[in-house]
Design a protein around this ligand. Structure first.
Ligand SMILES: NC(=O)c1ccc[n+]([C@@H]2O[C@H](COP(=O)([O-])OP(=O)(O)OC[C@H]3O[C@@H](n4cnc5c(N)ncnc54)[C@H](OP(=O)(O)O)[C@@H]3O)[C@@H](O)[C@H]2O)c1
Length: 307
């Protein structure tokens, strides 16, 4: 059983990005620019946005937050997107999810120019992924692929099960694994006999949002377990059920713990597993910076082609 240390992979990619940004600067190129549009003040979203800003600053990426009120109209959100679409200093635009309920996410995400769509949620970019013609991918599944590649886990030929079919994680993850020649079963809340499917899987990617949802008896010995789940566990009884005793000190100090979707007892059976925290999470924000730098570099090649 070995731990797939996401922090290590994230630090390596950040080191490469620092060099790339320095190189761009040295050649008189632009500073990569990211705009984050956030409607409302959801505490979890606020904390994600803060960590994105912090990492952008650390790497030398220009990052701007456009905060909008919870009751912002679709038109107001779209206006912010269009302003960023037409700003040549902005290379990447992210709309923080989830949007308040009254807003139609698809309508809004569809207004980001595909060439500034850092999360790859625009229908054009999602289509490229399905056609296996994409070279940029949504940040969380892209992070999962980086972990697999870093630790030499080749998806080709594996029986993979992805649990969760959100457009953020599960669906693009399944398509990306198929593109890498895994045989993929995409599971969701209406899947019958989930345990039977998972026990056949060489690789499980869990993106459900339920602490400890995948138990040890659902896992094949030696399987690769990738846990995308980030679940806030605040009740003592839930902590005892879902979190390893080694986190107890931290739980007492902070009043909560973070649990993944895979029960920690399953890790003892695994060939390799990502811990929570410290697995996929650090990659998501790092891949956002990676995509921002890529979009910036592409904007240069487009400009020079036009000249
Ligand atoms: N590590 C990171 O950087 C990162 C990034 C993004 C998300 N996350 C975390 O990943 C988790 C999933 O996020 P998300 O945005 O994909 O969530 P989501 O949109 O709520 O999707 C959850 C998925 O889980 C499925 N599901 C729910 N109950 C199930 C069950 N009993 N059996 C099988 N499938 C079931 C749902 O199926 P239906 O479609 O049938 O409802 C849905 O497809 C959350 O904990 C989130 O915080 C982490």
């Amino acid at each position: 059983m070995s731990v797939l240390d996401g922090k290590l992979v994230a630090e390596k990619i950040q080191g490469e990005l620092r060099l790339e940004i320095e190189r761009l600067k040295g050649e008189g190129g632009p500073v990569p620019g990211l705009v984050v549009v956030m409607a409302g003040d959801d505490p979890a979203s606020r904390s994600y946005v803060n960590s994105k800003n912090k990492l952008a600053e650390k790497l030398g990426i220009r990052s701007e937050l456009v905060p909008l009120p919870e009751n912002a109209s679709a038109e107001a959100v779209i206006r912010s997107i269009e302003k960023a679409n037409s700003d040549p200093l902005v290379h990447a635009i992210l709309v923080q999810m989830p949007l308040p309920r009254h807003l139609d996410s698809w309508r809004i995400l569809g207004r980001i120019l595909p060439e500034k769509d850092v999360d790859c949620f625009h229908p054009y970019n999602q289509g490229l992924i399905l056609q296996n013609r994409a070279s940029l991918f949504p940040c969380t599944p892209a992070g999962v692929m980086r972990i697999l590649d870093h630790f030499g886990i080749e998806p080709a030929g594996l029986n993979a099960a992805v649990v969760g079919r959100s457009f953020l994680v599960g669906k693009p993850m399944a398509a990306m694994l198929v593109n890498r020649n895994a045989t993929v079963t995409l599971c969701h809340s209406r899947t019958v006999n989930l345990g039977m499917i998972l026990r056949e899987a060489d690789l499980i990617v869990a993106a459900v949002g339920k602490p400890g949802f995948i138990s040890a008896d659902m896992v094949k010995p030696g399987a690769v377990l990738i846990d995308v789940g980030i679940n806030h566990v605040a009740k003592e009884e839930d902590f005892v059920k879902f979190c390893p005793p080694s986190q107890h000190e931290g739980f007492k100090k902070k009043g909560y713990a973070i649990s993944g979707d895979i029960h920690f007892q399953a890790f003892a059976k695994a060939g390799h597993y990502t811990p929570v925290p410290g697995g996929v999470g650090p990659l998501t924000v790092t891949m956002l910076m990676h995509n921002t730098v890529e979009l910036c570099k592409r904007s240069i090649s487009v400009t020079s082609t036009k000249e």
